[in-house]
Design a protein around this ligand. Structure first.
Ligand SMILES: *[C@@H]1O[C@H](CO)[C@@H](O)[C@H](O)[C@H]1NC(C)=O
Ligand SMILES: *[C@@H]1O[C@H](CO)[C@@H](O)[C@H](O)[C@H]1NC(C)=O
Ligand SMILES: *[C@@H]1O[C@H](CO)[C@@H](O)[C@H](O)[C@H]1NC(C)=O
Length: 286
């Protein structure tokens, strides 16, 4: 309705930057043009992929550290999801509703979705995903508002740090979501003592699945050019220790590796956030 994907994401990111400024009194880092979008992780898909021939293109986001070099070409899926501001709820509104599998029938009535409808199934899966215990060395949280996403992130980083936000940025507009992309510049590593990654989940209002792994992670910004000329400043994270991951994690099948034998990296879609702590250089007097 008049607001395209690119502007939505930009607006969204601006909201996060505003919140970082206002609600915490932190000096939000003014992000440069290349920095003000971030990337996402494909959490929702890995359950549905099993060994086999039919690899879902949406799981084509994984690679390993050795792929990170200029000239490397990879097939990558960058979803261009339609989101709408009307589904971004303020914290008070989101927290006035239960967010629990136990309350699913109440929630289905509330949103007027019938049992077994695609929306009901999506809600059920999202709640289940949010209630799954984190793996060893991981903290996770499903945030039902921007405010609670930032509160979680602040708690993970601690009060000595400010939050920097990154996202994947599509520099050209096209409707191609899956194609070959080539790395055209030396990937830039962003110093990341900790990382919180937040992915969107399917729900009647915006829900972010945020998580952070204690083991070493490396964060990169990677300039990509697609076969059709599309330019993407992509964010990616490399998990250096995959020994605690489920042995059937789709990335292992795709990359032909086993848990703990190699790093696993993945690109983020543009509607995901990557948060990194930055040591506050000066005390803030606000
Ligand atoms: C973010 O990037 C856009 C261009 O993609 C630019 O117009 C805007 O000013 C940037 N915002 C900030 C806060 O730097
Ligand atoms: C993408 O856009 C092109 C030209 O604008 C159009 O011809 C094509 O059908 C579109 N493809 C999809 C999958 O929407
Ligand atoms: C990427 O390039 C390879 C080799 O040319 C080709 O086989 C493959 O179909 C391409 N992938 C996509 C998604 O276009």
């Amino acid at each position: 309705m008049g607001i395209n994907y690119g502007s939505w994401i930009l607006l969204f990111h601006t909201l996060v930057i505003l919140l970082l400024h206002c609600s915490h009194g932190d000096q939000a880092k003014v992000l440069g043009e290349r920095e003000n979008k971030s990337l996402e992780i494909q959490h929702n898909n890995h359950h549905h992929n099993h060994m086999g021939h039919n690899i879902d293109p949406s799981s084509m986001v994984f690679f390993t550290l050795k792929d990170l070099k200029v000239g490397k070409t990879m097939q990558i899926y960058f979803p261009k999801r339609e989101l709408s501001l009307s589904t971004l709820w303020p914290k008070e509104k989101a927290e006035s509703l239960p967010f629990s599998s136990n309350k699913l029938s109440y929630l289905l009535k509330f949103f007027s979705f019938s049992q077994g409808s695609p929306q009901a199934i999506a809600m059920k899966n999202t709640l289940k995903e949010c209630e799954t215990k984190p793996i060893k060395g991981e903290v996770k949280f499903c945030a039902t508002s921007l405010e609670s996403m930032l509160e979680f992130t602040k708690n993970v980083f601690g009060s000595k740090y400010e939050i920097q936000s990154y996202a994947t940025l599509h520099k050209t507009k096209s409707n191609v979501t899956f194609q070959n992309y080539t790395i055209v510049e030396t990937p830039m590593e962003i110093l990341a003592p900790k990382v919180v990654a937040c992915h969107t989940l399917s729900y009647p209002y915006v829900v972010f699945y945020c998580h952070s792994q204690e083991s070493e992670n490396r964060v990169y910004r990677i300039s990509l050019v697609g076969e059709n000329g599309d330019k993407v400043e992509a964010m990616a994270v490399c998990h250096m220790d995959t020994s605690q991951w489920a042995h059937n994690h789709v990335s292992f099948q795709l990359l032909g590796i086993t848990p703990g034998s190699s790093s696993v990296c993945h690109f983020f879609p543009a509607d995901n956030f990557v948060f990194i702590p930055k040591f506050k250089s000066k005390p803030s007097y606000t």
